[in-house]
Design a protein around this ligand. Structure first.
Ligand SMILES: [Zn+2]
Length: 397
């Protein structure tokens, strides 16, 4: 008898590595993910409900009357209407946003915010949204009122505006909520600088952000375009992961950076936006013809019809979310592969993924339909498996 039998050795090897890469799926993870999934679908329905309520209750027409009393200039009327409308929907959506943004994270001990902090942040967000939406609402109504193919004009106009927003968000909007600084850990910074050099990225573009002010969860991301393009690491991630794990995560983010995923995302988003606007414009006019009188909305050129346009856009976004998320998951897989080729840190990547799942209390093995419909990243279970598989083939070669 041969001893030890080869199969046995293989089994022992499997056993010895099994513990390290096993994801402990807790009852808490399952419950938290289930609540998040329900909130995703319920939140969509609730949002549509709020918009229809604003139309059917006459809130929309009354806000338009108020705006029309201030001025007769169509652009300003639409801008004031939109600002008031944003406040109204903020109030109507507050119960759900409070539950999903404050109650649930506290219930699962994922938040570092008290109520005044949370509310303060919501109000800051509201202020930014009022200003940006007022301008957007004014421009959209101007197009609908003046241009026959308004949906095409809105789409063309959205191209420079989208690019402009991606450029300025990291320097004008993100700092309203958090403090961004160059990476503080010098040992880590040196390793990353070296890796960034190999990937063709200027190392000065790696920042850390004090997300621990808001949350106990961890993350990292790539943002900005051109002069504002950067990689941002949450301080929570830097605090809870080993250097090897941070470097592995950074390899993934560098993948997004080098592979121009932001540009590809914008191009994909614009293509989706084209389809959405084309579909929306047909139902927009049909809906106003049919229900306009009941809503006291005079015509498609009335600013009070804007909530109806939003119903159609949010419905089509929802229906297209499997396509949008499939695209995103494809980019994520590409970034995973790029990162591993750059760093060779397959095992630290796997343990980093496991920490991410445990830390955010997310089910690593969601139902395939849920993953298909609403996951922007492949599930953690799949990513760990993939990373270890790529690692294994790497060693075999
Ligand atoms: Zn990613």
């Amino acid at each position: 008898m041969r001893y030890p039998p080869p199969m046995h050795v293989f089994g022992l090897l499997l056993l010895s590595t099994a513990g390290k890469f096993d994801i402990r799926v807790t009852e808490e993870m399952i419950r938290h993910s289930r609540i998040r999934d329900i909130l995703y679908f319920a939140g969509f329905a609730y949002g549509i409900g709020v918009l229809l309520l604003v139309l059917a209750s006459g809130i929309s027409s009354r806000l338009r009357d108020t705006a029309s009393r201030v001025t007769k200039k169509p652009f300003i009327v639409a801008a004031i209407f939109t600002a008031l409308f944003v406040v109204a929907t903020f109030v109507l959506e507050l119960p759900l946003s409070f539950y999903s943004g404050y109650v649930v994270p506290h219930q699962f001990n994922l938040s570092n915010q008290d109520l005044p902090q949370w509310l303060g942040e919501q109000l800051k967000g509201l202020a930014i949204s009022i200003v940006l939406s007022a301008v957007a609402g004014g421009l959209v109504m101007l197009a609908i009122q003046r241009i026959q193919r308004w949906w095409l004009a809105i789409w063309l106009g959205s191209i420079p505006i989208t690019i402009f927003m991606v450029v300025v968000t990291p320097i004008f909007i993100d700092p309203v909520f958090n403090d961004f600084q160059p990476l503080k850990d010098q040992v880590l910074a040196k390793r990353l600088l070296d890796m960034a050099g190999r990937a063709g990225i200027e190392g000065s573009r790696v920042y850390q952000v004090d997300k621990s002010r808001q949350t106990k969860t961890m993350n990292a991301y790539v943002t900005g375009i051109g002069p504002t393009k950067r990689i941002v690491m949450w301080d929570t991630l830097l605090a809870k992961m080993s250097h090897d794990e941070v470097v592995a995560v950074m390899g993934h983010e560098m993948g997004h950076y080098v592979l121009h995923h932001l540009w590809k995302g914008i191009a994909f988003g614009l293509a989706i936006g084209f389809v959405m606007l084309f579909l929306a414009h047909r139902f927009y006019e049909l809906g106003i013809a049919r229900w306009g009188a009941r809503w006291r909305v005079d015509s498609p050129r009335d600013p009070a019809a804007l909530p109806w346009l939003l119903v159609l856009l949010s419905l089509s976004t929802f229906l297209l979310s499997p396509a949008i998320n499939s695209f995103s998951r494809w980019e994520e897989r590409q970034a995973d592969t790029f990162g591993l080729q750059l760093t060779g840190l397959n095992e630290p990547m796997a343990t980093a993924f496991i920490k991410l799942a445990e830390n955010s209390k997310a089910n690593p093995y969601p139902h395939p339909f849920i993953e298909f419909w609403r996951y922007s990243h492949p599930s953690i279970g799949k990513r760990v498996k993939e990373v270890l598989r790529e690692g294994a083939s790497e060693t075999a070669r």
